[in-house]
Structure formats: structure tokens, C-alpha cells
Design a protein around this ligand. Structure first.
Ligand code: HAM
Length: 428
């Protein structure tokens, strides 16, 4: 081996989220968790890998996700497993396996793995915030789920978000629709893109989702699913629309919206961030999957949910200049030039619920003060030989004008706690 071994890098299409950027992830996940909990969703944790058959049956053999993008392999025991390409199939699998009482409402935050060619906003490992609700096909639930995502985007400050809504119908009306679509595509097969000219019969709905100009042109005048909905599906869609309108959630009906996963029935929706110039501007999407539990061997249990791509959502925030980075700052930086005071003072402050950081390796006063400034702490608590002799700590404000104070060592924790409380109030 040579002296200059190339350092190992993260695989293309994956990324590390380092501090302080990760502070945005923390805030986002915490806010989502709170919103989901307020709406009756509880956290669910699933394995990162599953029996590959789960995704084949659940998402569909003919979907791009299963056909081209799944990380699938035989483990050392020869079992066919796959890394989760999304969250829904696992959550529904867990529902079928544990049969909790319904309605069952779960939220999650999870990595998802898709073997895609990396580009802006598209990764081999991305992360999703999501919810799934099982056990009812009440359209009120559809409205609730869509609104949960829309309100999160509103809280972040995003204004350039386009919500597309459609209904995929149920097994019955969709069959009639697909026949009409195939007849139409048969008549236009030669005009389709290379991939779909060959494959449109295997999964005709995919053609509606194809972004290539030839397919876009053909599907412009294709039969529309919304014209084929049976009475119940049409009524369901109508109630979802009224519900969204009543709550002031703006949407656009898009009969060509089919989404990339085959489990969808009835309500489907997608949020696009129009401030993003890249093709990958879908920041979240979801819909109903009333046949999914049955497709993976469980009882019939209607359900609905969504997944939001965290990376893309943050890119959308950057594009609109909202949800800026605001990393948490320590309350105090303990500057210790006696070589023995920092450990105890930091521990006391932390035990009292205050954020305290310090320097190491016996740095000079000047160097420690520089670090204190960079740390963003509100106060430097300085202990030198003189402070030690007098039994005090010198408290110096770092983020605002003001005199430094000599605070008795015995009461410095209380002093800082009181200071933080009044200053935080003043900030608000
Ligand atoms: P999906 O549309 O495939 O739906 O993914 C959800 C979101 O994850 C997308 O809108 C996008 O923001 C993000 N995303 C997907 N693939 C990538 C990628 N390669 N790189 C970066 N971000 C990506 C689902 O996964 C469904 N499970 C959603 C759902 C839940 N439907 C019902 N319940």
C-alpha cells in the first residue's frame, strides 16, 4: 500500500449532514413530530430492510422504484432482502403484523434508498418525514392528512408550493379507465418516448407520469381518470375537495397525476416547490392505498399517508430564503486560566439545564476568549487566579453591550439562569 492512500469518501448520491446544518433537521423533525402528535399520530420505527417481496407486492413489480431502483440483495443466509425505498409498505406491513386498533395513525422519519442517478435534489439515500393512517376511508381523513403537510410548509414560510390533487379511482373504475387509456395509447404508440413505446402495455398509467416531451404531448389529450370515476369515487373526491376548500388549502386538480408507486387508489396528491428550478421539485406526495394491506396478505384496511423529502424541502426553503439556519447557542463559555476550574463549573451549569462549553488543552486567555466569541455564547464566565482568590467569577456579556460583573462563585449558576430567563424574554 502506498503512502498516499486516497481517503474513503461517502458513496455518490449520499451525504453527511454536519453541525450546524443539522440544527435545521432537528428543528424540522421536532416541529413535524409535534404537529403529527397534535393530530393523533404516534411515532413508529420500522427496520431499514425488509423481505424484498414486501416491496414487490406492495409498491408493484412494474414501478420504477422496484424495477430499477431497489437496493436488493441476498443476505448471508440467502434471504432476499431490500433496503426500504420508502416508508409506506413497512408501516402497513407492521399494521398487518400487529393488528393495532383502528384508526391507526403513525408518523415516521426515515432514510429511504433508491438506486437513482444522483442529481440536484435526487439522491441514493434521502430522508422522509411521513404519516400513514389506516382503518378508514373517510374523506375527512384525506383532508386532514393533506392539511398536515400543507400547514407544515406554511409554518416553514414557504409560499411557492403547488399542490396537485387527483383521484385514481378504485379497482373497478380504474380497470375501465385503463382499458380506455390503453386503447388511446395503442392509437398513439409510435409517438411515445422510446421506453414507453415498448412498455406502455405493462403499466399504462406510467405513461401519464412520464416527463419526456413525446409522452407529455400524447397524454395531453388522453382520456382523464376523473371522467371515469364511479359514483362513490366521484363523491369521495368531491368531499375531499370541499374539505380542502373549507380549510383554505389551495390545490389544483390534475387528472394526469398518477405518482410513481402502484398502490394508490382514490386520492393522490403531490406538492411541488416552484421556487426550485431543477426537475426534482416534488417536496412531498402521497395518497390513499385502500388495497395495500390486502396486497401484502392482510385484511382489507383502507389507508392514506404522505412522504416529504427532507433534503428537497430544505432546498426549497433555501430557494425562497426562509427557515434560515439558527443553531442553538450555548448559554456560557467558561474561560479558565487556572487550569482546574472549568470542569466543575461546566458540570454545575449543565446539571442546572444551562448550555456550557469550554476550551481544552490549557489555551491562553486570548485564545479562549476568541473561542468564546466564536461559540455564540451569551456570556463568558472567566476564572483566573484573581477570581479564584476572591471566590468570584467574572461574567462578561458577549452578545450585547454591558459591563462585566463580579459574581460570587457560589451563586454563579443561579445568576446565569436568571440572566438567561430575562434576556430570552427581551429577545422575544
Ligand atoms: P414518493 O413520492 O416516492 O412517495 O417520495 C416522497 C418524497 O420523497 C418525494 O416527494 C421527494 O420529496 C422525496 N424523494 C423521493 N425520492 C427521492 C430521491 N431519490 N432523492 C431525494 N428525495 C427523494 C413515497 O415514498 C410514498 N411512500 C409517500 C406516501 C406515503 N404515500 C402514501 N403514504
Amino acid at each position: 500500500m502506498g503512502d498516499h492512500m486516497a481517503p474513503v469518501r461517502a458513496p455518490a448520491g449520499t451525504h453527511d449532514v454536519l453541525w450546524p446544518e443539522s440544527a435545521r433537521w432537528e428543528r424540522l423533525v421536532a416541529e413535524f413530530a409535534q404537529r403529527a402528535q397534535r393530530a393523533g399520530f404516534g411515532l413508529v420505527l420500522n427496520p431499514m430492510f425488509e423481505d424484498a417481496a414486501l416491496f414487490r407486492r406492495g409498491i408493484g413489480d412494474e414501478s420504477d422504484v422496484v424495477r430499477k431502483e431497489m437496493y436488493e440483495f441476498a443476505d448471508r443466509g440467502g434471504r432476499e432482502v431490500a433496503l426500504r425505498p420508502e416508508g409506506t409498505a413497512s408501516v402497513v406491513r407492521a399494521f398487518v403484523q400487529h393488528h393495532p386498533p383502528v384508526p391507526w395513525k403513525a408518523w415516521y422519519v426515515t432514510p429511504a434508498f433508491r438506486y437513482e442517478r444522483p442529481q440536484a435534489g435526487r439522491y441514493k439515500q434521502h430522508h422522509q418525514l411521513g404519516v400513514e393512517a389506516l382503518g378508514t376511508d373517510d374523506p375527512d381523513l384525506d383532508v386532514e392528512v393533506v392539511t398536515l403537510a400543507a400547514d407544515l410548509f406554511g409554518w416553514l414560510g414557504l409560499t411557492q408550493v403547488d399542490l396537485a390533487l387527483n383521484s385514481m379511482g378504485c379497482g373497478e373504475c380504474r380497470t375501465v379507465y385503463v382499458e380506455a387509456l390503453v386503447a388511446y395509447l395503442d392509437a398513439h404508440a409510435s409517438e411515445l418516448c422510446d421506453e414507453h413505446r415498448e412498455r406502455y402495455r405493462a403499466n399504462p398509467l406510467r405513461v401519464l407520469d412520464c416527463k419526456r416531451p413525446p409522452c407529455r404531448a400524447v397524454t395531453e389529450d388522453a382520456p382523464r381518470i376523473t371522467d371515469y370515476l364511479d359514483e362513490e369515487c366521484a363523491a369521495h373526491l368531491a368531499r375531499v375537495r370541499v374539505g380542502l376548500e373549507e380549510l383554505g388549502v389551495a390545490y389544483r386538480l390534475d387528472p394526469r397525476l398518477v405518482r410513481g408507486l402502484d398502490y394508490y387508489t382514490r386520492t393522490t396528491f403531490e406538492f411541488a416547490a416552484t421556487a426550485l428550478t431543477s426537475a426534482q421539485n416534488a417536496i412531498g406526495g402521497g395518497g390513499r392505498y385502500d388495497g395495500l394491506a390486502e396486497a401484502i396478505g392482510g385484511p382489507r384496511s383502507p389507508g392514506i399517508g404522505f412522504g416529504i423529502g427532507i433534503e428537497r424541502l430544505l432546498l426549497a426553503c433555501d430557494a425562497e430564503g426562509v427557515f434560515a439556519l439558527d443553531p442553538p447557542r450555548p448559554d456560557a463559555f467558561v474561560v479558565d486560566v487556572t487550569g482546574g476550574a472549568a470542569a466543575a463549573l461546566c458540570a454545575e451549569l449543565r446539571r442546572a439545564g444551562l448550555g456550557a462549553v469550554r476550551a481544552y488543552d490549557g489555551r491562553s486567555l486570548k485564545s479562549q476568549l476568541k473561542q468564546a466569541d466564536r461559540s455564540g455564547a451569551r456570556h463568558a464566565l472567566i476564572v483566573g487566579p484573581e477570581e479564584l482568590a476572591r471566590g468570584i467569577v467574572t461574567a462578561r456579556p458577549l452578545r450585547h453591550e454591558g459591563p462585566q460583573e463580579a459574581v460570587p462563585r457560589a451563586s454563579v449558576v443561579d445568576w446565569l439562569a436568571a440572566r438567561q430567563a430575562t434576556e430570552t424574554k427581551e429577545d422575544q
